[in-house]
Design a protein around this ligand. Structure first.
Ligand SMILES: Nc1ncnc2c1ncn2[C@@H]1O[C@H](COP(=O)(O)OP(=O)(O)OP(=O)(O)O)[C@@H](O)[C@H]1O
Length: 242
């Protein structure tokens, strides 16, 4: 379980996160939504231990993110917003190089397995520069899963890629959640959230303004507007507007 308790984060005098409290259960796919600059990546950076909260506590499976970096890093996989791969190296070389950064030894069978799970095994000897944007995203995800973490943190994993790769990634996220992995990911895409997330959180100006299911969000907006909402775009519009 991920437990975020009254987290604040400032950059100088600028307040970025302003009292965020949230619990995410094992096996959940939790979608973190918010306008640009709302603080989504900052919150993910705190979960990865890269950044410290200015105030508040975060625990993952009972471990403190500010004090128990080693245990936390073993239990999380992180997929950054920007592709983090060596373009001139092959898929195999990228996976091998990334596995060297992981403290535990990754057997070759595991490297092949993650590659198969994201449908890239037939690209094993191809240079990353030859892969499509969607394939690069899938390789980024494979790399994050090498050490078989319990928790996967993904910063806009499907932005700007072809629809086929997006659907494959979404299906794979469901498989991982069924295996018991907890997934937290940031997105702007309501159409994928609907079929994927058990719950969503809406972050605006560093505050969580909504936590719940899509159905709850829809019901609450319908209630406020006193007229039924027709499509998902409308839900996201109302959730994100000031
Ligand atoms: N190192 C930094 N120093 C100062 N301000 C920063 C730093 N990193 C981020 N910020 C500011 O913090 C705010 C939140 O940024 P963050 O990247 O967390 O937002 P976001 O919700 O992920 O946005 P996006 O959807 O555009 O990725 C922004 O105003 C950003 O300019």
């Amino acid at each position: 379980m991920i437990s975020i308790e009254n987290v604040h984060r400032h950059y100088g005098k600028k307040s970025i996160l302003n009292g965020v409290t949230l619990q995410i259960q094992d096996g959940e796919i939790f979608g973190l939504l918010g306008p640009n600059g709302a603080g989504k990546s900052t919150l993910l950076s705190i979960l990865t231990t890269v950044m410290k909260p200015s105030e508040g506590q975060v625990y993952m499976n009972g471990f403190d993110v500010t004090k128990q970096h080693k245990q936390i890093r073993q239990m999380i996989g992180y997929v950054p917003q920007d592709i983090a791969l060596w373009e001139e190296l092959t898929v195999k070389e990228n996976i091998r190089l990334w596995s060297k950064f992981i403290k535990t030894k990754i057997p070759k069978e595991r490297m092949i397995q993650v590659c198969e799970e994201v449908n890239l095994h037939n690209k094993w000897h191809e240079k990353v520069s030859q892969l499509s944007g969607g394939m690069k995203r899938k390789l980024n995800i494979a790399v994050a899963l090498l050490h078989d973490p319990d928790i996967l943190l993904m910063d806009e994993p499907t932005v700007g890629i072809d629809i086929q790769s997006k659907l494959e990634i979404n299906e794979y996220m469901k498989v991982l959640a069924k295996q018991g992995k907890t997934i937290v990911y940031t997105t702007h895409d309501m159409s994928e959230i609907k079929g994927l997330c058990s719950r969503i959180g809406v972050l605006k100006k560093g505050k969580l303004t909504f936590i719940g299911t899509i159905e709850t969000a829809k019901a609450s907006i319908n209630n406020q507007l006193n007229k039924p909402i027709i499509n998902e775009e409308e839900i996201i519009f109302h959730l994100l507007k000031d």
